[in-house]
Design a protein around this ligand. Structure first.
Ligand code: G6P
Length: 493
């Protein structure tokens, strides 16, 4: 299935920190690839398969020099990272500096000059790999906070390319972004793009305010102008909102399979057929508000708002970034809370919280969504949150209630969810109770409105809107300026 190949020049190139496959190396050195979990892969893979193209990214393992290969119609171009680079670029600058800074400093970002220097080196490597596979005039789409310097690096190597960038996580308010010692370099890196996409219009606005404050480039509306005194073309970069989604029709179908529906029934039976099944599904990340949600649930049990045996909470917390200190600490805090609440309220064979520190295949997730009466998405800050959209896509039976944090990007679109401020524990308890007690007619009405949104604005729509806007903007930036030699020749023809 995996042909090793040099690879022809590609018209469409995605550059992301991770390849959409994870490598695994056996003891005898045999290499195999497995589909990697994560929103981005789910989002782009269907389009890459149908349209063809190359994907430049890291395999997920240290110190592996891997040849390019083709998987499922996508030309994979692995970028190696050494163990030290994983520590300083991935765990360090990406996930202990940028991640907390961009998520409203929920935990303190760490600023280390050494991490920054490795971030730059690794971004140069990704840019060089993309420059090497892209055909003349190709479209290159760079993804996420790990690779913010790639657009400018790529433009200086390959001015012929159309370059787009999409930030999957929030862009913080200028007052927070201003903390970053390398704020100017990051903005200039992003401004190598023709089009910069964000999840919400608020993120784009935050970015434009930072450009205005920390660079000299003029900003007008959604556009930033870059004028250079020597080179012919000035460029206009557009910053706008392109809320990401999932392959909602495929997920809808998966959730509708008879075996998924049967599995959903089985899950409820295994849980002791509770009256109400509450579900949380997250990477184990401090941005997700897992502790806040468990605290609210624990208090509802302690105060008797939830009766004995009335409800169970299933919390799927998939392992994530396990070498980063804040994640290690979060894990022990969550596990201690779960242990204490179960200690107080569980009976033999009947825990009140089922805590699952695993990730599951899509089939099992669809069954869990189908089984859940209420899904709790209580992120303190989240770029989009595709779990919220997956739940909606899974409920063709029009049942189920979504409780959704107003701090998740999805809140802009999913206005028929019950929205909460996860910092307000009392408010969250009241909302969870309304979700549990919501009359059937209201559940149907809300779910129908949510589904209309999620099924129409699917991932194909997201990719299409972004790429259409990119083609337009890239075209404008490469049009000859009036009076330039090419322009005069063109008119003479
Ligand atoms: C978020 C980020 C992605 C990242 C994913 C998983 O969704 O926006 O860029 O790939 O989390 O995190 P990981 O650190 O495992 O790649």
């Amino acid at each position: 299935m995996h042909d090793s190949q040099e690879g022809p020049a590609q018209e469409f190139v995605v550059v992301a920190n991770r390849l959409p496959v994870d490598v695994s190396v056996d003891e005898d050195g045999t290499i195999s690839w497995i589909r990697a979990p994560g929103g981005l892969v789910t989002a782009l893979a269907p389009m890459m398969r149908s349209g063809g193209g190359a994907w430049v990214g890291w395999s997920g393992s240290a110190d592996l020099e891997l040849d390019p290969f083709t998987d499922d119609g996508i030309a994979m171009t692995p970028v190696p990272l050494s163990a030290a680079e994983i520590e300083e670029f991935y765990e360090g600058f990406s996930n202990a500096t940028l991640w907390p800074l961009y998520h409203d400093v929920i935990v303190d970002p760490e600023y280390h000059r050494e991490w920054w220097s490795v971030y730059r080196t690794v971004n140069e490597r990704f840019a060089a790999a993309a420059a090497a596979v892209a055909a003349p005039g190709a479209t290159v789409w760079v993804q996420d906070y790990q690779l913010q310097l790639v657009p400018a690096l790529l433009r200086s190597a390959r001015p012929d390319l159309h370059i787009g960038f999409f930030l999957h996580i929030p862009f913080p308010p200028m007052e927070l972004f201003g903390q970053l010692p390398w704020r100017h370099q990051v903005l200039e890196g992003l401004l190598g793009s023709d089009l910069i996409g964000f999840q919400r219009s608020g993120d784009a606005a935050n970015f434009l305010r930072s450009v205005r404050r920390f660079t000299a480039h003029p900003v007008r509306g959604q556009n930033v102008s870059i004028t250079t005194p020597f080179a012919n073309p000035g460029r206009t970069i557009r910053a706008g909102a392109f809320p990401i989604s999932l392959d909602s029709k495929a997920f809808n179908q998966l959730a509708n399979r008879p075996e998924t529906i049967e599995r959903a029934r089985q899950i409820r039976r295994d849980l002791g057929d509770p009256q109400v099944l509450l579900l949380g599904v997250d990477r184990l990340d401090y941005t997700k508000g897992i502790r806040h949600r468990i605290k609210a649930f624990g208090e509802m049990l302690a105060e008797g708002a939830i009766g004995n045996g009335e409800a169970v909470l299933v919390q799927v917390a998939s392992p994530s970034r396990e070498q980063v200190a804040e994640y290690v600490q979060l894990r022990s805090e969550v596990e201690e809370m779960v242990g204490r609440i179960n200690g107080d309220h569980a009976e033999i064979g009947r825990p009140v919280i089922h805590y699952l520190h695993h990730s599951y295949p899509a089939e099992e997730m669809a069954a869990m969504f189908r089984a859940a009466d209420v899904v709790l998405v209580t992120a303190l800050r989240d770029g989009m949150n595709l779990v919220a959209k997956e739940y909606v896509a899974a409920r063709s039976d029009l049942d189920g209630v979504l409780v959704l944090s107003e701090f998740a990007g999805a809140a802009d679109e999913l206005t028929s969810a019950l929205q909460v401020n996860p910092h307000d524990i009392e408010g969250m308890k009241t909302t969870i109770l309304s979700a549990m007690r919501m009359p059937r007619e209201q559940r149907r009405r809300r779910m129908r409105a949510l589904r209309r949104r999620v099924l129409t604005n699917d991932v194909a729509h997201w990719a299409r809107s972004f790429l259409t806007a990119l083609a337009h903007q890239g075209g404008l930036n490469q049009a000859p300026l009036p009076g330039s030699r090419t322009d005069v020749e063109a008119r003479d023809d």
